[in-house]
Design a protein around this ligand. Structure first.
Ligand SMILES: Cc1cc2nc3c(=O)[nH]c(=O)nc-3n(C[C@H](O)[C@H](O)[C@H](O)COP(=O)(O)OP(=O)(O)OC[C@H]3O[C@@H](n4cnc5c(N)ncnc54)[C@H](O)[C@@H]3O)c2cc1C
Length: 496
């Protein structure tokens, strides 16, 4: 195919950049186009959930991200009610406190390893697709338009996605009812010191979202005297989302924050958001795919949006790479929508529920009390924690024997090659059945997670797509063909 790129990604946010890394790792000729000429250094999100930490660790990319983090928090929250992550089955039972910009910086810098360019100052304005590819129009920094040809286009271009709009994909959902804002503020010392001058390792508090007619006002230290202020009171209601956040609004909210009085020195940046919740009806349309905020928007309740987008990218990357290499089994790419749309829908639902639990409405307040009571029960807390952490995601696996891990991710599995792996216990006969897929599926020592006669076939995204405990390999070749394509003759690999 005569293309400039095998995959063109619109948007260098966390979703587009993680996808670009996945494609680069698989040797795909990809490029990212980003409207902004420079990184802004601004961060909406401030956390990685446990599943995102697992995803990065799976490829060996977590440590450099942790080096850039501010803190580890052993809890998550549901509408401000604590969730105990130490009860989760994960090697990373915490939220990583890290500004979104630092995650993006790592991911963008890491692309150099694969030679995947991020073309900044280029806005994708339109495209058309045909049987052989996608022709996209980019508006450059000089105001000139140029077209590029790619095999596939991925819209990772955020909540107001141009790709989604040009595709005409319906984006049904709920309009925002509640206005809120965030502001990164510099406070005058010594109040700044009293408010906490977060450095690496300093613990963060969970946000206090107890319903209050005066509204929400919450400060989180980001280090170097900068604080994240979350504000949502009467002043933020009914205001246009694009209207600038005023210093008056910030001062009023600061006065409402618990603790000593604070004096504002400067507002570094501020932005409004709402609880609008919408989801693209289809994540794929021919050669064009949607991921991250382009596919779903919702309130930032519980800290999930960036995580959801990065996990979309992790689900999509290896499938798209297999299609481009011509070794994808029929229907593989369609599983991206089938698997990720329900996960997104669930996040929309839980963020809407969380919003209700923060309303100063007397009925909502009593529901919150009941909910808080339930979350005091360890099993209930664990269940909600796993949902917000993203560790309970289980994709449906057709035609496979039943097993508790089937469709779930294997905690702690490392797949730095981006290939699948067969984890087989000593007494399992499964390993021999992988002959023919040696170029796509490694074999590894199973470790303590896998019993003697047990075997797990793990996809490149860490999810189990075939499993048995009886030492037999029945159904394994069918599963290999279903997820990795037809076998090829060749030598079988040794144990990695
Ligand atoms: C106030 C607030 C707080 C939040 N806090 C959290 C949190 O704590 N935890 C969490 O997980 N999530 C949080 N989120 C959500 C999170 O920030 C988003 O879900 C995340 O940024 C989505 O990443 P993305 O890469 O899909 O999209 P984006 O980050 O929006 O990136 C899209 C990129 O595409 C570029 N672009 C747009 N259009 C074009 C075009 N036509 N051509 C080229 N480039 C284009 C944009 O410039 C941008 O760089 C928060 C959101 C808000 C609003």
């Amino acid at each position: 195919m005569d293309t400039d790129y095998e995959v063109l990604i619109a948007g260098a946010g966390p979703t587009g950049l993680l996808l670009a890394n996945e494609l680069g790792l698989a040797g795909v000729r990809a490029a990212v186009v980003e409207r902004l000429p420079l990184r802004t250094g601004r961060s909406k999100a401030l956390n990685l959930q446990p599943r995102t930490a697992e995803v990065l660790d799976c490829r060996g990319w977590l440590d450099p991200v942790l080096d850039r983090s501010l803190t580890l928090l052993p809890a998550g929250h549901f509408a401000g009610l604590p969730l105990h992550y130490d009860a989760l089955d994960t090697p990373f039972p915490h939220q990583v406190g890290i500004p979104q910009a630092r995650v993006e910086e790592f991911l963008e810098d890491h692309l150099a390893e694969y030679g995947v360019p991020v073309l900044r100052g280029r806005e994708l304005t339109s495209f058309r697709q045909d049987e052989g590819g996608v022709t996209a129009t980019l508006l450059g920094p000089d105001g000139a338009e140029r077209t590029v040809r790619a095999g596939y286009l991925v819209g990772a271009d955020g909540g107001r996605s141009t790709v989604r709009r040009v595709l005409g994909t319906p984006f049904p959902g709920w309009d925002g009812r509640i206005g809120m804002a965030v502001a990164d503020v510099e406070l005058v010392a010594p109040a700044a010191a009293e408010a906490g001058s977060a450095g690496p390792g300093e613990a963060w508090r969970l946000p206090d979202l107890t319903p209050d007619p005066a509204g929400v006002a919450f400060l989180l230290p980001l280090g170097d005297g900068v604080h994240r202020l979350l504000l949502g009171g009467p002043e933020q209601q009914g205001v246009d989302r694009d209207a600038p956040v005023t210093e008056d609004e910030v001062r009023t909210a600061l006065a409402r924050c618990p603790g000593p009085p604070r004096e504002l020195r400067a507002v570094r940046w501020a932005s409004r958001f709402t609880d609008a919740a919408r989801q693209a009806e289809r994540y794929a349309d021919g050669r064009v795919l949607l991921a991250g905020d382009a596919a779903h928007i919702h309130a930032p309740a519980g800290g999930q949006g960036l995580n959801l987008g990065m996990q979309d990218a992790f689900n999509l990357g290896w499938k798209l790479a297999a299609v481009i290499r011509g070794r994808a089994p029929d229907g593989l790419l369609a599983t991206y929508h089938a698997e990720r749309h329900p996960v997104g829908a669930r996040v929309l639902a839980n963020t809407r529920a969380q919003t209700v639990l923060t309303l100063p409405d007397p009925d909502a307040v009593v529901v919150r009390e009941v909910f808080a009571d339930l979350l005091a029960v360890p099993e209930a807390n664990r269940r909600v924690a796993a949902m917000i952490a993203g560790t309970d995601i289980r994709y449906p696996m057709p035609d496979a024997p039943d097993h508790p891990l089937l469709g779930a991710r294997v905690p702690g599995v490392r797949l730095p090659s981006g290939r699948g792996v067969l984890l087989a216990g000593a007494a399992s006969t499964a390993a021999a059945a992988t002959d023919g897929w040696a170029d796509r599926v490694d074999r590894a020592d199973a470790g303590p997670a896998v019993g003697a006669g047990e075997a797990l076939l793990v996809r490149p995204d860490g999810h189990v797509c075939w499993a048995r405990r009886d030492g037999e390999a029945g159904g394994l070749r069918a599963a290999l063909a279903r997820w990795f394509g037809a076998p090829r003759p060749g030598p079988s690999p040794g144990i990695a």
